[in-house]
Design a protein around this ligand. Structure first.
Ligand code: ZN
Length: 451
């Protein structure tokens, strides 16, 4: 049996693991590289295996860095099934067509600006390619064993990271393997705790926070403080947020704070069709999370949905205290741009960040204290308060990963992936020091023989 790390090695994106066993080829995760250009360029390189030669694909979850290569895989000849939970399939139906649309936009932008080597610049795949690949999705419930191809048994175990997220357990050739996928945190307000890991021979574990601990702060309290002081000034709170996961967590906290009477009853607008669709899934997949059907309904009803662009723009003329949640989470695009333009100049308002801001984005500049940011070719003066909630990560930190693994007997080998080099190495060292495990952090493209 051989395992090849085709992505998420030395970096947090591009998750793709190729397993070759008894003449069969399986791919666990099928993600896009994201972030810096040198990483994104890797999406254009041909895979070392022909897509048509693969027998099965299994997805841990729907985030684009785990699923976003799927449209290209199918376009390039993969004709098999893609196994995942129903929650993951539903999120793929939202996220993949959007990813295709963004690829098209990028290609159009490159053509307008004339900076592509290729004329015309082509998208990696388009929206139709993404829609086409959705029919390959094969839904399997958590914890049910299935046979993705002859000689291989698998089951998907809850990983607590986003709706539908799983760890993949595989049995083949007398060996057992576990791919952690992105591992969530215990005591998440909406999602169940990750299921305890089964005993295995080989472990592939993520390390996004392999060298960091989450702060002990309570995100609900921080959110309440920001909303209260902004409303007291007569201002509004603008929250740039990621559509999947983060938005639903924010809605839950706002719902809870309103129930407790801990914040004033200001109107909340959810201004992102994708975030609305993702939130609605809480009601469709009631058994996949902690909320009762009634709670899921009430959490969604906390916000007024704003689907139409005209209604989004109409919000600009509202002056009373309110909360607007809008994408994108790092203010790189989307409707949040026009809200920022309308609101950033007023010191009564607050721009509240609820997630990681990557270097080079407007979000990162604002958090670093920039007084002016560039928007649609002009500089925008920022007088609003800028705040952030620190403790909303959907990933376990290193202590959380160790706690999760502590019940597991020693595997023959652990592979530490899905982390920046320093984070992966820190976790590798901790697995060795704390548990005495043989652990390595593989490099991109590395192929190992599992005996
Ligand atoms: Zn993820």
């Amino acid at each position: 049996m051989h395992l090849t790390f085709l992505g998420a090695a030395g970096t947090v994106t591009g998750s793709k693991y190729l397993l070759e066993v008894a003449g069969r080829r399986l791919l666990v995760d099928c993600g896009l590289f994201q972030g810096y250009k040198q990483l994104r360029l890797k999406n254009w390189a041909a895979l070392p295996v022909k897509p048509a030669s693969l027998d099965a694909v299994l997805l841990t979850h729907a985030h684009i860095d785990h699923s976003g290569y799927l449209p290209l895989l199918v376009k390039n000849g993969y004709g098999g099934r893609v196994w995942c939970t129903p929650g993951t399939a539903a999120l793929c139906e939202i996220l993949l067509p959007d990813s295709g649309h963004l690829q098209q936009q990028d290609a159009e932008y490159a053509n307008r600006k004339g900076f592509s080597k290729h004329r015309p610049a082509l998208p990696l795949y388009d929206k139709q390619d993404a829609i086409d690949c959705l029919s390959a999705l094969e839904r399997v419930e958590f914890n049910d064993w299935f046979e993705p191809c002859a000689g291989v048994r698998a089951r998907l175990r809850p990983a607590g990271h986003i709706l539908g997220a799983s760890s993949v357990e595989l049995e083949a050739d007398g060996q057992r393997l576990l791919f952690s996928g992105d591992l969530g945190r215990n005591d998440h307000p909406i999602l169940y705790d990750p299921a305890p890991p089964p005993p295995v021979d080989y472990l592939v574990v993520e390390s996004t926070y392999g060298d960091r601990l989450h702060p002990p702060s309570d995100p609900a309290q921080e959110l309440a403080a920001v909303i209260k002081r902004t409303a007291a000034r007569g201002g509004m709170v603008l929250i740039p947020a990621f559509a999947v996961g983060r938005t639903q967590e924010l809605l839950f906290y706002i719902y809870q704070l309103k129930q407790q009477g801990a914040i004033p009853d200001v109107p909340v607008f959810l201004d992102s069709p994708m975030a609305i669709n993702a939130s609605e899934l809480l009601q469709r997949f009631a058994s996949s999370h902690r909320l009762s059907a009634a709670q899921a309904r009430e959490v969604c009803a906390t916000a007024t949905y704003v689907r139409e662009r005209e209604d989004s723009i109409a919000l600009n003329s509202r002056t009373h205290p309110m909360i607007i949640i809008s994408a994108s989470g790092m203010i790189t695009g989307g409707r949040v741009l026009h809200h920022l333009k309308a609101r950033a100049g007023n010191p009564d308002n607050t721009i509240l960040f609820a997630g990681y801001q990557a270097g080079g984005t407007r979000g990162a500049a604002l958090l670093a204290g920039a007084q002016e940011i560039k928007l649609h070719g002009r500089y925008l003066r920022v007088k609003a308060e800028v705040a952030s909630i620190e403790n909303l990560s959907a990933h376990a930190d290193w202590q959380g990963i160790l706690d999760w693994l502590s019940a597991m007997p020693s595997p023959r080998q652990a592979f530490v992936t899905h982390g920046e080099p320093a984070a992966a190495d820190a976790l590798r060292l901790r697995l060795h020091e704390k548990f005495g495990w043989a652990a390595t952090a593989p490099t991109l493209g590395e192929r190992v023989h599992l005996k």
